[in-house]
Every structure is written in structure tokens, then in C-alpha cells.
Design a protein. Structure first.
Ligand code: HEM
Ligand code: HEM
Length: 187
């Protein structure tokens, strides 16, 4: 398998970026800062918040790399399936891409305009700025953070359903070494 994709599999780079992103989103969610601002921005939680923000920044950086690479990469053709299913799968993928942008973007803009400086990997801070819409945006961030987890869960369940019940190559084209159940070939 090469760095670029083929008609039947995502390439090494697209696979690596997909799984690293999934891991980082899960980690950011698990360490997410909940509760009132006094708790979120308390000194006791400063290192957890820095970890949460750094994981989230990394998601945003990976998204940029992934979308640029996608312009040059060969994206596998969808295996044979009903039109509605192909449409639902494409809509889910683009909704996930939109959330991979919107979740970190609402957090960064929300925090900055709610009067909190945002540190980039703890190296230096930007902001804060003043604005009335910072706090509602930060709240939207939390909700979108929950939505991306639900949608990713549904997306993962659909991929496993394809593999186990429909026995097509949907899951195997994203998993290194997993054989395609419709041809019996790995890679
Ligand atoms: C994919 C990446 C991210 C995910 C999945 C995520 C998820 C979440 C979730 C679910 C919450 C709400 C927790 C709760 O109320 O129980 C939250 C809160 C928060 N997140 Fe993120 N987040 C991500 C990226 C970021 C980034 C890049 C920043 C950088 C500024 C950030 C800053 C915050 C802050 C400050 C809060 C507290 C919001 C408040 O109520 O004021 N997050 N995040
Ligand atoms: C936060 C977690 C995840 C996010 C944000 C995410 C996002 C995405 C996106 C945006 C695509 C579209 C790729 C493209 O065409 O450019 C994709 C494809 C795919 N994902 Fe995920 N994913 C996540 C987790 C998972 C998990 C846990 C699984 C499996 C158990 C999975 C299985 C797949 C498969 C099989 C494809 C290829 C599907 C196809 O081409 O029809 N993903 N994912």
C-alpha cells in the first residue's frame, strides 16, 4: 500500500491522519473542561485545560493537512450500495469535517471574546478581547463537542455494520491490513 490511495483503499497518509484525528478528538473530549467558568479557568485545572486546548489545536492542524492532502490524493470509489446510503455516508463525512473545524473554532473565538487568553501549546498567549458573544459561543462549543462524539459513534457503527453485515470494503479501506470481505484480499 502506498502513501496515496487507490480505487479501493485509502492511502497510508489518509489512514494515518484519520486515526490520529479520531484519537485526538476522543482524548480532547475525555479531558474536556465542564462546569462554570470559575471551575474551567481555575488554577487547579490549568494543566488539564492546557492539555484539552493543545489536543484541540492539533485536531485543527491535522484537519488542514488532511484537506490539503485530499486535494491531491486518490479517494477510493464507493462500493456498490443504494443511492440513499451513499448520500447518507457522504453527508456524514462532510458533517464530520465541518465539526472538526467548528468545534475548535468556536472554542478559540469563544474563549478569546469571553475575556480569556488562549495559549498555543503553552508557548505564548493570544488575546483576550472583549465581546458579549464569547460566552454563548463557548457554550455552543461544548454542545458541538458532544455532537461530534455522537456522530462519530454513529459513523463508526455504520462502518462496522458494512463490514460485518453488508460484507463490503467500507471499513477495510480505512483500516491498515484488514482484508476486504467482498474479495478476501488484504493490504
Ligand atoms: C476536537 C477538539 C475538541 C473537543 C472534542 C472539545 C470538547 C469539549 C467539550 C465536550 C466541552 C464541554 C465540557 C462540558 O461542559 O462538560 C468543552 C469545553 C471547553 N473547551 Fe473544548 N473541545 C475541543 C477543542 C478545544 C480547543 C481547541 C479549545 C481552545 C480554546 C477548547 C477550549 C475549551 C474550553 C475553554 C471549554 C470550557 C467552555 C466553557 O464552558 O466556558 N476546546 N470542550
Ligand atoms: C472522532 C472520530 C472520527 C472522525 C472525526 C472521523 C471522520 C471521518 C471522515 C471525515 C471521513 C471521510 C474521509 C474522506 O472521504 O475524506 C471518515 C472515513 C471513514 N471513517 Fe471515520 N472518523 C472517526 C472515527 C472513526 C471510527 C471509530 C471508525 C471505525 C470504527 C471510522 C471508520 C471510518 C471508515 C471505514 C471510513 C471510510 C468510509 C468510506 O469511505 O465510506 N471512523 N471518517
Amino acid at each position: 500500500m502506498s502513501l496515496s490511495g487507490s480505487t479501493t483503499r485509502f492511502g497510508r497518509l489518509a489512514q494515518a491522519l484519520h486515526w490520529l484525528t479520531a484519537l485526538l478528538v476522543l482524548a480532547a473530549f475525555l479531558v474536556s473542561a465542564g462546569g462554570p467558568p470559575e471551575r474551567v479557568y481555575s488554577t487547579a485545572r490549568a494543566s488539564t485545560l492546557l492539555l484539552h486546548e493543545s489536543l484541540g489545536f492539533s485536531v485543527l492542524c491535522l484537519l488542514v493537512i488532511r484537506l490539503v492532502w485530499r486535494l491531491f490524493d486518490r479517494i477510493p470509489d464507493a462500493p456498490a450500495m443504494p443511492g440513499w446510503m451513499e448520500l447518507a455516508s457522504k453527508a456524514t463525512h462532510w458533517a464530520l469535517y465541518a465539526l472538526l473545524f467548528a468545534v475548535p473554532a468556536t472554542a478559540i473565538i469563544g474563549a478569546l471574546f469571553d475575556g480569556h487568553p488562549v495559549t498555543i501549546y503553552g508557548l505564548g498567549a493570544i488575546g483576550p478581547f472583549s465581546g458579549a458573544w464569547g460566552a454563548p459561543l463557548a457554550e455552543i462549543h461544548g454542545t458541538l463537542g458532544d455532537i461530534i462524539m455522537w456522530l462519530a459513534g454513529l459513523h463508526a457503527a455504520a462502518a462496522i455494520f458494512h463490514h460485518v453485515f453488508l460484507r463490503d470494503r467500507v471499513l477495510s479501506q480505512m483500516v491498515p491490513g484488514l482484508p476486504d470481505p467482498s474479495s478476501g484480499q488484504g493490504g
